[in-house]
Design a protein around this ligand. Structure first.
Ligand code: KIV
Ligand code: NA
Length: 270
């Protein structure tokens, strides 16, 4: 199976419709990527790794070097899915030139197919700058976690008419600037539907609508690694319970000296 390309992803939306929804999950490590790769169209090396991997309180302290290290691991662990790497907070907002410097490092040092960045109208010039210079960009509008301090929290967006209109305008600006796709996060469903219907590029929802052109979730959320997850997460597994039970059994076996056993120790052959 050849790796999916940006044009191949774009071709999945025909005349404003995606018959076969795009499947995307986050991945941060090589082994995780290997396991997810056969089932996905896109793997996102999200800056959510700040909370998920590093225990940070938000994505704000995530660095370009962290994104590059994990991006390279995910590319090494996958061969089918298109890999995108998030541009971290502070690495692209100052100017299109700053964004190009960061994005070109991501592309060169990870082998990813493109980058994702947060913001709508305000980022349109930057999205155009990168797209016209060979760097495919996926936009991200609605609930944009890097703006948590301005938004005042992680609650759903678009509850007022004005905010509804702003999110739709952001999505259109991102599409008009040349982004090849768009993530829409944490919005009233009617906004996700309006955006999906009003732009020609694939719209990937998270906390958005089943009507979007595809869906993304944070893999650890979907696997049940955390006790507290947003309302929009469906837990498909309870990995936390599996890990806890295994660690409990290991600890009991070590304390009882019932591990290791004959099967796991080396002895000279007779
Ligand atoms: O960082 C991330 O995981 C993301 C997705 C949730 C869209 O941006
Ligand atoms: Na992100």
């Amino acid at each position: 199976m050849k790796r999916l390309t940006v044009p191949a992803i774009q071709r999945r939306k025909v005349d404003g419709r995606t018959a076969d929804p795009l499947v995307m999950l986050t991945a941060y490590t090589a082994r995780q990527a290997q396991l997810l790769d056969p089932h996905c169209d896109m793997l996102l090396v999200g800056d959510s790794l700040g909370q998920v991997i590093y225990g940070l309180p938000s994505t704000l302290a995530v660095t370009l070097d962290m994104m590059i290290a994990h991006g390279a691991a995910v590319v090494r662990g996958s061969y089918h899915s298109l890999v995108l790497v998030d541009m971290p907070f502070g690495a692209y907002e100052a100017s299109p030139a700053q964004a190009f410097a960061s994005a070109s490092r991501i592309m060169a040092e990870t082998g990813a197919a493109g980058v994702k960045l947060e913001g709508g109208v305000a980022m349109a010039e930057t999205i155009a700058f990168l797209s016209q210079r060979g760097i495919p960009v996926m936009g991200h509008v609605g609930l944009t976690p890097q703006a948590v301090n301005a938004l005042g929290g992680y609650g759903a967006r678009g509850k007022s008419k004005a905010e509804h209109a702003k999110i739709v305008a952001d999505a259109k600006a991102v599409a008009d600037a040349g982004a090849f796709g768009l993530v829409i996060e944490g919005v009233m469903e009617e906004i996700a539907v309006a955006v999906t219907d009003s732009v020609a590029i694939p719209v990937i929802g998270i906390g958005a609508s089943a009507r979007c052109d595809g869906q993304v979730l944070v893999t650890e959320d979907m696997l049940g690694m955390f006790d507290r997850v947003p309302r929009f997460v469906k837990r498909f597994e309870n990995i936390a319970a599996t890990i806890s039970a295994a660690a409990e059994q290991y600890a009991a076996d070590v304390r009882a000296r019932s591990f290791p056993t004959e099967e796991q120790v080396y002895r000279p052959k007779k």
